[in-house]
Design a binder for this molecule. Structure first.
Ligand SMILES: Nc1nc2c(ncn2[C@@H]2O[C@H](COP(=O)(O)OP(=O)(O)OP(=O)(O)O)[C@@H](O)[C@H]2O)c(=O)[nH]1
Ligand SMILES: [Mg+2]
Length: 362
């Protein structure tokens, strides 16, 4: 493989240099801005006949090594992860390769990469993207993003009575605070009858936290520490419109603790689970959270701490990969103010280049 790095005043000139040196089959590996305002492109080409030698198959003994149980599971997971990663790199390289013919896509590609959108999703977003009505590519990009981002109506639109929402998720993401915000929205703003339940008996402070919110808002608040008690408190709260259930935070890697939570939740078969994730969490970790909390069959994603980051691609990535809609987002620590129902326009706006930079993408 021959790799070159070119610099120029702008992307079009840099792309022309790449094409002059490596031809139309060049693959763009990376692009960047220079301190003097120029740009740089690292590009490569595979000269004909420059193919890696094929490796002999692994010896039979490696396949029949007797590996089983958790070791084999772990290995399988790692291999799956590696092949997914490789697949993404191939798609990204292909997408970048397309820019040899469509250099005007490069700035958008760059922007979406900085937003940490999965390269495979970027490739989908940019495939065949054409300018519309003299306004460049951004309006069409916004339409495509809007189609990909699924949202679901908030819990107060539900006709079910009582509608029971159980918030599950990793430690410290803001589950209890979000329960309080949702309770305030439904009870104080919409005048609904709301009951609170906490299954978090792991720490005394956690039960206190929800009881304090219950007291301030004058809402019935119950604690349950096993499936039987959970079923009983749900029955006691059956006259409420909405029941919000707070749970103990669980590390996605701690399968034993996850199983304990699953056992308690079995007491509330009529409840729906909603997965709470903090937006600043890295994409790969969010993916692991969605995978391991999948056992609770969450109906929606709730994203917290949007105020703590300016990178929103992982939200799009999880929605596309899991097919789950976003129901709510939270944007700060204040109860009840910092909660919003998710809407596509708001999410698209966060993923698009800021208005003041739009000229750079035309
Ligand atoms: N900046 C910011 N902080 C938030 C937001 N939501 C919650 N927090 C803060 O995050 C911290 C943890 O919030 P909790 O609600 O206790 O989180 P939790 O998921 O219930 O935590 P565990 O029960 O320990 O798993 C607190 O300091 C909250 O004020 C948000 O939208 N933005
Ligand atoms: Mg909590």
């Amino acid at each position: 493989m021959r790799v070159i790095r070119v610099t120029a005043e702008d992307m079009n000139r840099a792309m022309r240099k790449v094409r002059e040196t490596l031809g139309d089959d060049a693959i763009i590996l990376a692009t960047g801005k220079l301190p003097d305002g120029g740009v740089e492109i690292t590009a490569a080409i595979d000269p004909p006949g420059d193919k890696p030698e094929s490796k002999p198959p692994p010896p039979e003994s490696a396949l029949n090594s007797g590996l089983s149980g958790p070791v084999l599971d772990e290995l399988t997971r790692k291999v799956e992860g590696l092949s997914q990663m490789l697949g993404r790199h191939v798609i990204a390289a292909e997408a970048a390769g397309n820019f040899a013919a469509r250099p005007e896509l490069l700035p958008i590609y760059d922007h979406l990469k900085r937003q940490e959108v999965d390269p495979a999703i970027i490739a989908q977003l940019l495939d065949g993207l054409r300018p519309s009505g003299g306004r460049g590519l951004l309006p069409r990009l916004a339409i495509r993003l809007k189609k990909m981002l699924k949202v679901s109506p908030g819990l107060h639109y539900s006709q079910r009575r009582p509608d029971i929402w159980t918030l599950v998720g990793p430690t410290g993401v803001g589950k209890t605070t979000t329960v309080a915000k949702l309770a305030a929205l439904c009870a104080l703003k919409l005048g609904m009858k709301v009951g609170l339940v906490t299954l978090d008996t792991f720490r005394i402070a956690a039960t206190e936290q929800i009881k304090v919110y219950g007291r301030i808002m004058d809402l019935p608040t119950c604690v349950a520490s096993n499936a039987g008690e959970f079923s009983e408190v749900l029955n006691n709260l059956r006259e409420q419109d909405i029941i919000l259930v707070d749970t103990v935070g669980r590390s996605p890697k701690d399968q034993d603790n996850m199983a304990d939570l699953e056992a308690i939740l079995a007491g509330g078969a009529q409840a729906t689970c909603h997965l709470v994730m903090a937006c600043p969490t890295r994409d790969r970790d969010q993916q692991e959270v969605v995978r391991s909390f999948g056992r609770f069959k969450p109906k929606t994603l709730i994203y917290t701490k949007l105020d703590e980051t300016s990178v929103f691609g992982p939200i799009l990535n999880q929605v596309v990969r899991s097919g789950l809609p976003v129901s709510y987002v939270t944007l700060g620590q204040k109860v009840p103010d910092d909660l919003e129902e998710a809407n596509r326009e708001m999410l698209v706006k966060r993923l698009m280049p800021p208005r003041e930079e739009e000229q750079e993408y035309l």
